[in-house]
Design a binder for this molecule. Structure first.
Ligand code: ZN
Length: 591
């Protein structure tokens, strides 16, 4: 009774402790392709739902990472990389605030991390108490870098990601204001975006949200397949509120497209007059694919199909895709990046598309802080991608290279705790191994330990509780614990927060005959500070060993003479040495 009451109390406290700020952006922007400069104005309505009074607001100006002397460029110098440090004045990116006011009061942007300018603070003229709302007006000019990194420009092709002054997240830990660095990505407040883009009339645009007014250019760029499904009425979008930047009618040869999105933590867009369009639908979700001339791997519905299949798979695992459309675009840079309702991909590889679509859930719908807990979306997403391929019948050996890579690092003592903040990993290789690969194997162990049904139930619980909210490891742990009905601290503490290793081995396997029976005696030893239950298979039959003792002796009575004992026969565990996991039985004298 007392325990039940306490549990209720903690649950109630956890609920009231969570808060999420409300944001609504109205943006007008015009792209001058002569200079590649985007001139823009935003009105941000910001509501403080936190229990704290705020005296400042913080914004990310993330395009300022891609220029000399940014924190990003200086970090890359440590690895002998100079791609942004040496970019010349015509090539580097910038994002410059030209005017900013709160209500009617002009304020001064403060670059407290100078010379890095990816984070800007403004002091509020009046403190903002809990429950209060304020409005910030910002004029800025921005340009993408010719060296792409999640953003970029090449000729008339522009990939606009993190292109506007993005309000930093204020959560239970305070302001999340780390400068943008090579290791670690984004964290955003959920809100509404109402964005009018003024561009050359022949541009083809893809963006977060639906085009409520104007022509994105898809119909004219369509290669075949169904007509574009614009879904202009997907939201009850209000009448557009002019900000004064685009009051006149569009100039000759220009057009305007107004986009609208709700419940998203990022607004990305891309424009390229050469895009070719293919569309489709999966349930209520419109699918838009924009690829480049000569993209034979994308065309004929291939990229559309991969996108649809991935949406269907993850909707089934977690819960429905919550937005009206998904846009998959062939960006300038190789690799891929996820934004809500939009994935920017460097190729049409099924693995890449599935990974980025997985992020629509693990990061888009479950908005984790990617630079603080990158494994929550990258490790989870890598696991989910492999799960998709398992469901397609790809054999489990697809995990082998990941397992071997991490085992090698662990044997060499090169692991670092998965829970480290991204910038704290010693180098990009370790960051990648500990943020993508190792956690994907940890999720796989958890699925095997809990059983697939329980694991699936946990994903549904996670979705029901946390969709379209910020999430942390605690939220994910809690969902798994609810579904499993057991405490999983031991599992998460050990695998996420330590570098404890595990090495099971068969010390000996002996068999002797007793009348018509065979008695098998297997000595199992475990080295290292990590523990997992392990499956012991003797010929055709398997059993799970749950003992935490470093040494255990298993005795089996069998009808036939045993031949071989194998630990972890499915190769699931992060057991750093697997050549000692099997042994042939030695027959000893009968007694
Ligand atoms: Zn990813």
């Amino acid at each position: 009774m007392k325990i039940a009451l306490l549990a209720l109390l903690f649950a109630a406290q956890a609920d009231t402790a969570y808060f999420q700020q409300d944001i609504a952006y109205r943006i007008e922007a015009t792209l001058d392709e002569g200079t590649d400069v985007l001139t823009a104005r935003a009105r941000l309505d910001y509501t403080n739902n936190s229990p704290d009074t705020l005296d400042s607001l913080y914004f990310h100006l993330e395009l300022n990472a891609f220029r000399p002397n940014s924190a990003w460029a200086r970090r890359e110098l440590e690895y002998g990389e100079r791609r942004f440090q040496d970019l010349g004045p015509d090539d580097h990116a910038f994002e410059r605030i030209t005017a900013i006011r709160v209500g009617d009061t002009p304020v001064r942007p403060e670059y407290r991390g100078a010379p890095d300018s990816t984070v800007v603070a403004i002091a509020l003229p009046q403190p903002l108490p809990p429950g209060a709302r304020t409005t910030v007006m910002i004029d800025w000019q921005t340009r993408l870098a010719t060296e792409p990194r999640r953003q970029g420009r090449r000729g008339r092709h522009h990939d606009f990601a993190q292109w506007y002054p993005r309000i930093a997240v204020y959560d239970h830990t305070g302001w999340a204001t780390r400068p943008l660095l090579p290791q670690g990505e984004f964290y955003g407040e959920y809100g509404t975006f109402d964005v009018t883009l003024d561009v050359a009339a022949d541009q083809v645009i893809g963006a977060t949200g639906v085009p409520v007014e104007g022509d994105p250019g898809w119909a004219a760029a369509r290669a075949g397949g169904p007509e574009p499904w614009l879904k202009r009425d997907a939201y009850d979008a209000p009448a557009p509120q002019p900000l004064g930047l685009l009051d006149d009618a569009p100039a000759e040869g220009r057009k305007r497209v107004r986009w609208y999105a709700e419940d998203v933590h990022h607004f990305a867009w891309t424009a390229n007059p050469d895009y070719i369009y293919e569309g489709g639908r999966i349930g209520d979700v419109a699918v838009h694919v924009l690829y480049q001339p000569g993209d034979t791997a994308w065309d004929d519905g291939v990229a559309v199909e991969h996108t649809k299949n991935a949406i269907a798979f993850f909707s089934d695992l977690f819960g429905p895709y919550p937005w009206p459309q998904i846009t998959n675009v062939h960006r300038i840079e190789p690799g891929g990046t996820e934004f809500p309702m939009m994935i920017m991909d460097g190729s049409a590889s099924e693995g890449l598309i599935v990974h980025e679509i997985a992020h629509q859930w693990v990061h888009g719908i479950f908005g984790n802080n990617e630079w603080r807990e990158g494994w929550l979306d990258e490790g989870f997403g890598s696991f989910l991608t492999n799960w998709y391929f398992e469901a397609k019948g790809v054999p489990p050996s697809m995990w082998d290279s990941s397992l071997e890579g991490i085992r090698r690092m662990e044997r060499a003592g090169q692991s670092q705790p998965i829970a480290l903040e991204s910038a704290e990993f010693r180098d990009p290789r370790t960051y990648s191994a500990m943020t993508y690969t190792k956690p994907s194997l940890v999720f796989r162990m958890l699925r095997d330990y809990l059983g697939e049904d329980t694991f699936r139930r946990a994903l549904k619980v996670f979705y029901e509780r946390k969709a379209l909210q910020h999430v942390t490891e605690q939220d994910l742990r809690a969902a798994f614990e609810t579904a499993a009905g057991e405490d999983l601290d031991w599992f998460f503490d050990q695998w996420i927060h330590t570098t404890a290793t595990l090495d099971y081995r068969i010390e000996s396997a002996r068999a002797r005959q007793e009348g018509s029976e065979w008695v098998a005696t297997i000595e199992v030893a475990r080295e290292g500070d990590a523990w997992m239950p392990v499956t012991l298979q003797v010929d055709g039959s398997a059993r799970r060993l749950d003992s935490r003792e470093p040494r255990q002796v298993v005795t089996l009575r069998l009808t036939e003479r045993p031949t071989q004992a194998v630990l972890d026969p499915d190769n699931i565990l992060l057991d750093i040495q697997i050549d000692n996991n099997r042994a042939a039985f030695e027959v000893t004298g009968s007694r």
